[in-house]
Design a protein around this ligand. Structure first.
Ligand code: PGA
Length: 251
């Protein structure tokens, strides 16, 4: 099987339903489909209905979910409720971990709930700057993978995606160099190989991905795509990153 790229945009708390719909319509005009390319956007919950099913080339994901199916959990959204509206779901984004105090245990329950509901979870992992400087990057990421992916079995591995997002690179304009990213991706590939032998689990890089650095990042052997924050909010920038992927696919 040839190379495959996932180009994903995490919109965070930006865009109304109307803005989201316009964005997806405009984005769809900017790229043509190619074998091996998957484009995903992660709008806020309130935009999911507006963009779901709008264009078959733009896949839709949720930014979060709660692990219970239903109940007295004011303000939460379950995996069951996302079914039919979203195909993917981010779990454990560093903003969820840091701002909303989600533990690895919470993240694991969310990932398992997403899988149980037929969604494709994107598990986000990554180290802080002090952890990198203390040489703890690989241990930190390994621990997050071990705890986040606990209990995943059999065919469910087919739907798992991992995103490596060094926290010091998110929203800072300071991306990991392609070499720094590749080193961690290779390590993640090894860890996943032990957990799920023979499965080609996509590993995305995230953290200040822009049109200018996307080609070199995507060219790394163990980088199977990118998770883009800020630069995914503008059609011209996000489509330029998609075109980097298309270029490497030879499309
Ligand atoms: P950024 O965000 O591209 O704005 O750094 C990435 C992310 O948080 O997923």
């Amino acid at each position: 099987m040839g190379r495959q790229y996932v180009i994903a945009g995490n919109w965070k708390m930006y865009k109304t339903a109307e803005e989201s719909r316009e964005f997806v319509r405009a984005l769809a005009k900017e790229f043509s489909d190619a074998p091996g390319l998957t484009v995903i956007v992660f709008p806020p919950f309130t935009s999911l209905q507006a963009v779901s099913g709008l264009d078959p080339r733009v896949h839709i994901g949720a930014q979060n979910l709660f692990f219970e199916e239903q109940g007295a959990f004011t303000g939460e959204i379950s995996a069951l409720m996302l079914r039919g509206l979203a195909e993917y779901a981010l779990v454990g984004h560093s903003e969820r971990r840091q701002v909303f105090h989600e533990s690895d245990g919470d993240v694991n329950r969310k990932l398992l709930a997403a899988l149980a509901a037929g969604l494709k979870p994107v598990l986000c992992v990554g180290e802080t700057l002090p952890e990198r400087e203390a040489g703890q990057t690989l241990d930190k990421v390994k621990g997050q993978l071990d705890r986040g992916l606990a209990g995943v079995t059999g065919g469910d591995w087919e739907r798992v995606i991992v995103a490596y997002e060094p926290i010091w690179a998110i929203g800072t304009g300071r991306n990991a160099t392609p070499q720094q990213a590749e080193e961690v991706h290779r390590h993640i590939r090894g860890t996943l190989g032990e957990k799920a032998p023979g499965r080609a689990i996509p590993i995305l890089y995230g953290g200040s991905v822009k049109p200018e650095n996307s080609l070199e990042l995507l060219a790394q052997e163990n980088i199977s795509g990118v998770l883009v924050g800020g630069a995914s909010l503008k059609v011209d920038q996000f489509s330029a990153i998609i075109r980097s992927g298309l270029k490497l696919l030879g499309a």
